[in-house]
Design a protein around this ligand. Structure first.
Ligand SMILES: Nc1ncnc2c1ncn2[C@@H]1O[C@H](COP(=O)(O)OP(=O)(O)OP(=O)(O)O)[C@@H](O)[C@H]1O
Ligand SMILES: [Mg+2]
Length: 257
């Protein structure tokens, strides 16, 4: 079975793409066959973080009917990547049935991967929530800012009320230290679970790091450099993902139809 994991956030710019790319690279490095899907259809930019320029994108699948298996790009032995294309308008304004067709079409590559990591758009719009709902597990990324707290709360609330999603794995990004990240997570968790019947699981933090910022600028993912401490953040997140509960809502799921 392929475990599908959506990487979401309430507020934009908090590090979803950085985390999605590095988690996918870490899973692949540890021997898991992995697919990274860029489903941030308004501003697909995972290819920039990976430093690649795939010829085919999700746009070919939707507008030219190219099969899903033919639009993936090989990053390394264990990691394939499907790019979302650059600000393609037709992808932004997908109808529900088209989104349903995209999710269903992944059946074609059902037995190919151990994991699929999905980088989705920020916020609680229909497109983001339906991709979250189609994944087995959800990562939500927060940073220590009041706007990130408020927007993440709106996202978990909307996904719970609209789709009955009740398990979220939280990654705290750009924190000053591990203690601060855990402390802010506890605060966010106690407020959220007071009003909603949901469970938030702390997956780990990624502290503010010059090397991570530089790796994005130089388009060379940090995981490719084995000897730096930042790789430990992503190893921890991948380890904790195993204990994160799946969402069991009744909607259509990737690879399960
Ligand atoms: N842990 C970190 N330390 C330092 N800089 C970081 C860290 N994580 C992300 N960044 C920087 O923050 C910026 C935004 O990151 P990223 O593009 O991953 O966010 P995003 O949530 O995907 O944004 P969007 O909502 O636009 O898709 C990038 O310039 C990246 O270099
Ligand atoms: Mg992004």
């Amino acid at each position: 079975m392929t475990e599908s994991i959506a990487v979401s956030s309430g507020k934009g710019g908090v590090g979803k793409t950085t985390i999605a790319v590095n988690v996918a690279l870490t899973l692949a490095k540890n021997g898991n066959k992995t697919l990274l899907l860029d489903a941030d259809l308004g501003m697909a930019n995972a290819h920039l973080v990976l430093g690649v320029n795939p010829e085919k994108t999700l746009d070919d699948f939707i507008n030219k009917k190219t099969p899903i298996s033919k639009i993936s790009y090989k990053i390394n032995k264990n990691l394939d990547f499907i790019s979302g294309g650059s600000a393609v308008h037709s992808l932004l304004n997908l109808e529900n049935t088209e989104r349903y067709n995209i999710i269903k079409s992944f059946n074609e590559i059902k037995k190919t991967y151990d994991y699929m990591i999905i980088d989705i758009g920020a916020g609680a719009d229909t497109s983001s929530i339906s991709f979250m709902s189609a994944a087995n597990k959800i990562i939500t990324v927060l940073v220590s800012e009041p706007t990130s707290f408020a927007d993440a709360y709106s996202l978990v609330k909307a996904s719970y009320l609209d789709e009955r999603l009740d398990n979220f794995g939280i990654v705290w990004n750009m924190s000053n230290n591990d203690f601060q990240a855990k402390n802010h997570f506890e605060k966010f968790s106690s407020i959220s679970t007071k009003f909603l019947d949901i469970k938030l699981t702390y997956l780990g933090c990624v502290n503010n790091s010059k090397l991570i910022r530089q790796s994005i600028l130089s388009r060379k993912p940090i995981i490719d450099n084995q000897n730096i401490k930042e790789t430990v953040y992503f190893e921890t997140i991948c380890k904790n993902l195993k204990n994160l509960k799946s969402n069991k809502n009744k909607n259509i799921k990737f690879f399960e139809n």
